[in-house]
Design a protein around this ligand. Structure first.
Ligand code: FO1
Length: 313
């Protein structure tokens, strides 16, 4: 497989919206996306890979628009039936979405690797972008709570409603994981390396933690990131609680500090224009524009700004 010129590291909904813009700016066949699998979990014996599915469904134009996850127009009859049988059906798996998880689980049980199955699913959904899981090994992100409980990330986020009781985030299983086939080669060979506007702790963090990835990112040092923090708040999700738990300021400047060793550019929102000088003093070039991707045209302009920054970095 030849290495594609643009490689992006991605989590879920924020990344998917950005990638929708990116494929308006470059051909899908020029892009490889390395996706976080720290959110993956087995539900009822089925392997669910939320971030891989969010990116696949979004790039296929089939994602449910109001949530950013799941399939548009999906129904929940199987889940309703399951709720009659058991008390732990808290993760909303739609009927059509379940087909993805059944197929993936069956292929994995047959001995296929997650990278192979991911490529097959992307192809069947008509996605021309190359999607790579960060690893084929189990690498669940564990959220350690103030009372000492260790909870899977989805249990923290969805079952418990992402409360502000995070003591720390444990990425030790990602640290022990081997990169999926093609991951290191993709990062090493890319002309342009992008960090999507995803949670730096629980989306980009697990990818960086996988063996060999951080060293490769640091060796390059030229990634361009898009800040997922706008005006001191995450655009979506619990990034504020997770950043605070590790002592990072919830700001574009805080994100810049986390990426300083691996990035040479950061796209920030105009609400954070006042932080541009301080971010530049960390060694990052800055591009300022409206980054709230409320429509595909804005997503495209954010992607174009990131690509332009990469050309000048
Ligand atoms: N997020 C929720 O907040 N509640 C859900 O019930 C839920 C179900 C779900 C099912 C399939 C899928 O691919 C994603 C799903 N998500 C759900 C999104 C997911 O929990 C997170 O947004 C990502 O893991 C973070 O990137």
């Amino acid at each position: 497989m030849p290495v594609r010129p643009v490689v992006a590291l991605a989590g879920g909904v924020g990344a998917a919206r950005f990638l929708e813009g990116l494929v308006q700016a470059i051909p899908a066949s020029d892009l490889t996306v390395i996706v976080n699998t720290g959110d993956d979990r087995d539900f009822f014996g089925l392997r669910v890979c939320p971030d891989l599915d969010i990116v696949t469904y979004t790039l296929a134009g089939r994602v449910r628009r109001d949530t950013g996850w799941g399939l548009e127009g999906d129904t929940f009859q199987a889940l309703d039936a399951l709720r009659g049988l058991r008390d732990d059906a808290w993760f909303q798996l739609g009927d059509r979405d379940l087909a993805t998880h059944i197929h993936r689980s069956a292929r994995l049980a047959e001995g296929a690797g997650l990278a192979e199955v991911t490529a097959e699913i992307a192809e069947r959904f008509g996605v021309g972008v190359e999607l790579l899981p960060m690893t084929e090994d189990p690498a669940p992100t564990v959220v350690v709570r103030n009372d000492g409980r260790r909870t899977h990330f989805e249990e923290y986020l969805v079952r418990d409603g992402s409360p502000d009781d995070v003591a720390s985030v444990d990425l030790s299983q990602a640290e022990r994981a081997e990169p999926a086939p093609g991951v290191i080669e993709a990062i090493r060979g890319a002309r342009t390396l992008l960090l999507c506007p995803s949670n730096p702790v629980v989306s980009i963090g697990p990818i960086r933690a996988v063996r060999g990835v951080e060293a490769e990112l640091q060796r390059r040092g030229d990634a361009v990131a898009v800040s997922p923090i706008v005006g001191g708040r995450p655009v979506k999700g619990p990034a504020d609680r997770l950043l605070r738990a590790q002592g990072t300021e919830v700001s574009a400047r805080g994100v810049a500090g986390l990426y300083a060793g691996i990035a040479s550019g950061l796209v920030i929102d105009q609400a954070d224009a006042g932080q541009a000088g301080e971010i530049e003093s960390l060694g990052l070039r800055v591009s300022v524009l409206d980054t709230l991707m409320t429509n595909p045209a804005i997503a495209r302009s954010v992607a174009e700004a990131a690509l332009a920054l990469a050309e000048t970095s």
